[in-house]
Design a protein around this ligand. Sequence first.
Ligand code: UP5
Ligand code: MG
Length: 199
Amino acid sequence: SLTMKPKVIFVLGGPGAGKGTQCSKIVEAYNYTHLSAGDLLRAERGREGSADGQLIDNYIKEGKIVPVEITIRLLRKAMEETMKADETKSYFLIDGFPRNEDNLQGWKRDMDDKADVKFVLFFDCSNEVCINRCLERGKSSGRTDDNRESLEKRLQTYLESTRPIIKKYEQDNKVRTVDASRSVDEVFADVRAILDREA
Ligand code: UP5
Ligand code: MG
């Protein structure tokens, strides 16, 4: 069980917006642990004996959002393991979650009383920038979803399912938006300003 209540920043934005890149930079400069829901799902897909591997594989290729029970189980386990190893590590960047209404309701049901969500860090950029970055990365990433066909589906899912979640948090004044179309360092300068202000 969790001793200290974890403090969470949800990190959202389109495919290739730079969520992972910016989270790595935050981890270098601040006492946050980075948990990418997508990375956790890809690791579970590849784990021998996983009951959910095939399902996760299909969902990721189709750009669809995995049922929340699976994602929350992985996120929760990762948070618990981090805090068990070092109880001062109670600050988390949860990257790429919550992506749809099922994710949001699942979090509220299972995690609302166990973790404090401080705000949503939203990396905003155009569809074109998203597509170009992912296609460029696809030359070497080995990701099964960095191809044009999967990317179109990922973008559609993002626009239809994830943007409304960001809108909901906006109504509660809980979104900090960064223009993610600029260089990595320019984006990070804005991220720093937000974290320094909110800390
Ligand atoms: N790059 C980054 N920043 C740049 C900049 N400022 N200027 C120029 N280039 C920049 O970056 C992408 C690429 O762009 C890299 O090559 C980088 O060098 C460059 P990255 O930091 O990886 O962007 P990120 O936003 O993390 O992109 P990612 O592809 O990881 O985003 P997705 O949201 O699409 O992927 P994720 O791994 O989160 O999810 C994958 C799939 O898993 C989903 O489609 C879904 O099927 C499933 N999933 C769920 O079902 N549930 C979840 O909760 C989470 C995921
Ligand atoms: Mg990522």
